[in-house]
Design a protein around this ligand. Structure first.
Ligand code: NDP
Ligand code: VSD
Length: 358
């Protein structure tokens, strides 16, 4: 006997219920997707509010510490090519004059000037303050300060002379604090400026052989974040650059004592040319980006270690959100390979020592 009176058979009722259970999540997903799209669109609409306005380098006064060699010299040349006036700061006068000539070759007009100042940026604040004052009297207020003076040594923790730890903190950290301190008041008064700290990939991860160096580069990140929060309302933007190994006289010097482990681990990110690093650093600083990285490894490291660093574009923030988990997964493989490099080198050394004894 067929069922009477009811609306439809039990079978079609079941189908009806089943198809609703399928349709409901799809609708919910669509609504969620629409919300996300609307949210992202909204973010992009307000993005001009959080992105800084680009700085014009033409006619600007750029001070580059460590400007007589390597990355600093290339940064100075890059700025000169964009019409800036340059003050080069370093200790050795001969190297300074040599660099000045090279920078001058990059001129784009005949008004541009390169000024050289010989001072140790790490020893005496009043001296640094004085020379910055002199530079401002000659070339006008500083629009962009590039803290690039720095040095590195590598070696096993127990092999490095104890006083080196202090020296690296002085040069790499205090040597960036002092010039920054000397320009900040005028920048705040003018409500404009850029400050660049040249850290390193070794300022994002601690590596074998860099116990004196890494902390001095990590310190710059702490300084940069704190300072950025203070000076953002004054329209001053801080950039921290994290280059990988770069082909400079400084790297050649460091390589003389570099442990095998450090060399093998650093090779992961390869060696860059200083001109390439300089282009990226200057571009990021002009745009007011807080983090500046070089190459695919550098990009991943910066997204992975972004922490609570300020965000300077919507795209950057979204990329960090989406990629963090993936990059942490990749990082675990890198860490595994670094550990195995360290273990293999240790076994090799012990074997060699044992062979010698025999
Ligand atoms: N090369 C690399 O592989 C990488 C380098 N970096 C960082 O980039 C920066 C530049 O490195 P790089 O180009 O290799 O270095 P270089 O050794 O080639 O140049 C260093 C510059 O800093 C100056 N300097 C050093 N100490 C002082 C001081 N106390 N006072 C004033 N000036 C000083 C030097 O001149 P003078 O000696 O005459 O004073 C020179 O102009 C450093 O901070 C370094 O840590 C970061 C990542 C990778
Ligand atoms: C997703 C995770 C990716 C991880 C990639 C890791 C790559 C590590 C390479 C570290 C290289 C350190 C170079 C230091 C350069 C330097 O500062 C000195 N040479 C100065 O002279």
């Amino acid at each position: 006997m067929p069922a009477e009176g009811g609306s439809g058979s039990p079978i079609s009722d079941g189908l009806f219920v089943q198809s609703w259970w399928l349709v409901l999540p799809v609708i919910m997903l669509l609504v969620a997707a629409a919300f996300i799209v609307a949210f992202v669109l909204l973010l992009y609409m307000i993005s001009p509010l959080i992105s800084p306005k680009a700085l014009k380098l033409n006619g600007a006064h750029v001070v580059v510490t460590g400007g007589s060699s390597g990355i600093g010299k290339c940064i100075a040349m890059e700025c000169y090519r964009q019409g800036a006036f340059i003050t080069l700061v370093a200790r050795d006068e001969e190297k300074l004059l040599h660099a000045k000539k090279e920078v001058e070759k990059c001129a784009i007009n005949n008004k541009q000037v390169v000024l050289c100042i010989s001072v140790d940026v790490s020893s005496d604040y009043s001296q640094v303050e004085n020379v910055i004052k002199q530079a401002q009297e000659k070339l006008g207020p500083v629009d962009m300060l590039v803290n690039c003076a720095g040095t590195s040594i590598s070696g096993k923790f127990e092999d490095v002379q104890v006083d080196r730890f202090k020296r690296l903190m002085e040069v790499n950290y205090l040597g960036s604090v002092y010039p920054t301190r000397a320009v900040i008041t005028t920048m705040k008064e003018r409500r404009m400026g850029r400050i660049i700290f040249v850290s390193s990939q070794a300022g994002q991860i601690g590596l074998f052989g860099y116990t004196p160096y890494s902390p001095s580069k990590f310190a710059l990140r702490g300084l940069a974040e704190s300072l950025q929060m203070e000076i953002k309302p004054y329209n001053i933007y801080v950039t921290v650059a994290f280059p990988p190994d770069t082909d400079t006289p400084g790297l050649a010097e460091e390589n003389k004592t570099k442990p095998l482990e450090t060399r093998l681990i650093s090779e992961t990110a390869g060696v860059c040319q200083p001109q390439h690093v300089a282009k990226i650093v200057v571009r990021d600083a002009v745009q007011g980006n807080f983090l500046s990285s070089v190459g695919p490894d550098g990009y991943m490291l910066s997204a992975l270690t972004c922490g609570m660093s300020p965000v300077t574009s919507i795209t950057e923030g979204l990329q960090q959100i989406v990629t963090m988990g993936l990059f942490r997964t990749i990082a675990l493989f890198y860490l595994g390979s670094f550990d195995s490099i360290v273990r293999r080198c240790m076994i090799q050394r012990e074997q060699r020592a044992a062979d010698k004894h025999e």
